[in-house]
Ligand binder design. Structure first.
Ligand code: GUN
Ligand code: FE
Length: 430
């Protein structure tokens, strides 16, 4: 049967945010892309399935990247000495303007998609640029990759240099609809509405995006309360709003019963904003690397977890410098310790187990029933060979996973599955 097999190995996943399920030498069963559970002994009904014997290797769920900018991948690791608004003007916008040129877009997006394919990430929510053809190129490459993604053609009709800003709200909306309709046939790659952030979008544009949302039933992704200068600017631009998130909400773009919204960063949310995020079911895309790189601050993730918000992790490439979600897990833990020590001693640090949960189950729930090897979950998985990380200690599989998260990189991945389909890995330089 297609997409049906059994993997034998050390199978690990988060049962909840504080507990891992670890089955040493167990069997994870995938039937038609859906998990049928993990067993110590393989039940007779699955004995006919192909067996992939991974021996002593680690088998874990795929990682989910809730926030990445594909066109910024080209300059990752460069220009990190600025804050958000100066960084946008000097790094992000000049690079993004190059995607007007389809040939450049092909070259750059080919590299991005190959590297994403070889990464820990199985599903992602991605910003493209304000260019229809380049966005379609990115979506077609992602479709071929077998990864499952949401991709947005970025809307931005104000407050950017002439060489990038869209000529009018009407133009931006028309091109958005064109992109939605011309990519509707794709299976793995779905369109997500992507107003860049409030400073980039006129009220007329936001209103039009909201109408498109209702018409096509789409999800939304954007940025929220990332940087002090940005937050002050939103207050000036939208004096009619009570707070930043309210400016999205007034247009019906902040999540609700019939659609989901991802808001990236959420570093400086007020209690009022947090209460509305909870009410609307907003997904926080926590991007610790970017928040450090652009000196934005430390998002209070413990507070969000205590408040019952939905939280996943994001690379925010290229304000984050790597697509590596293991790094994002580590940095989630590290910055939470600084927050606890330096900002608020009542907010205890995020544990490694919790951060692993956020990278798998937390973000995964945006895309469906994902992140656990339990009956009915979609089968996204990574097989890791950690034998290159040498030690004189005898470690159990849970300890080996923790160590791989801290010390490993994508070279550990020997197999990767999305909905039970194996992704072919090409080992290329990062
Ligand atoms: N806010 C608006 N655009 C961007 C972007 O490209 N990166 C980040 N980090 N924040 C943004
Ligand atoms: Fe971003």
């Amino acid at each position: 049967m297609k997409d049906s097999f059994v993997i034998r190995g050390n199978i690990i996943y988060s049962v909840d945010k504080d507990n891992l399920s670890v089955t040493e030498g167990g069997y994870a069963v995938c039937e038609d892309g859906i998990c049928r559970g993990v067993y110590r002994e393989l039940p007779d009904e699955f004995k006919e399935f192909d067996l992939i014997d991974c021996g002593d290797k680690l088998v874990i769920p795929g990682m989910y990247d809730l926030h990445a900018h594909a066109p910024q991948y080209a300059f990752r690791g460069l220009g990190m000495d600025l804050e958000l608004l100066d960084w946008l003007n000097s790094q992000a916008f000049p690079e993004e303007s190059k995607y007007r040129d389809e040939e450049y877009a092909r070259r750059a997006y080919r590299i991005f998609v190959e590297d994403l394919k070889n990464s820990f990430t199985c599903r992602a929510s991605i910003f493209a640029t304000a260019h229809t053809e380049a966005t379609k190129i990115l979506m077609s490459y992602l479709e071929e990759s077998g990864l499952k993604t949401y991709v947005g053609r970025v809307n931005m009709d104000r407050n950017a240099a002439d060489y990038l800003v869209e000529e009018s709200a009407e133009f931006s909306l028309r091109e958005t609809v064109k992109t939605i309709e011309e990519t509707a046939e794709l299976e793995n790659t779905k369109f997500i509405l992507t107003p860049r952030f409030i400073p980039s979008c006129t009220d007329e544009l936001m209103k039009g995006i909201s109408d498109i949302r209702k018409q096509y039933g789409l999800n939304v992704q954007s940025h929220l309360s990332e940087n002090f200068g940005e937050i002050d600017w939103v207050r000036e631009l939208c004096p009619w709003s009570d707070f930043y998130g309210d400016a999205y909400d007034r247009f019906g773009l902040f999540g609700g019963e019939d659609y989901k919204a991802i808001m990236a960063h959420c570093v400086h949310c007020s209690d009022e904003e947090i209460a509305l995020m909870k009410e609307r079911g907003v997904y926080v895309a926590h991007c610790p690397q970017s928040n450090t790189d652009l000196s934005s601050g430390i998002a209070p993730i413990r507070k969000y977890l205590n408040s019952g918000l939905k939280v996943g992790l994001g690379s925010d490439i290229a304000a984050g410098y790597t697509l590596d979600m293991f790094r994002t897990i580590v940095e989630t833990v590290q910055v939470s310790k600084l927050y606890w020590r330096l900002v608020d001693e009542s907010m205890r640090p995020v544990t490694v187990k919790e951060a692993f949960y956020l990278a798998t189950v937390g973000g995964g729930s945006f895309y469906g029933k994902l992140g656990r090897f339990e009956e009915g979950y979609e089968f996204d998985a990574l097989v890791l060979d950690d034998s290159s990380i040498r030690t004189s200690l005898e470690l159990n599989p849970g300890e080996r996973l923790e160590r791989a998260i801290y010390l490993g990189n994508t070279s550990l991945i020997i197999m990767k599955f999305v909905s039970g389909r194996e992704i072919s890995l090409e080992k290329s330089a990062q």
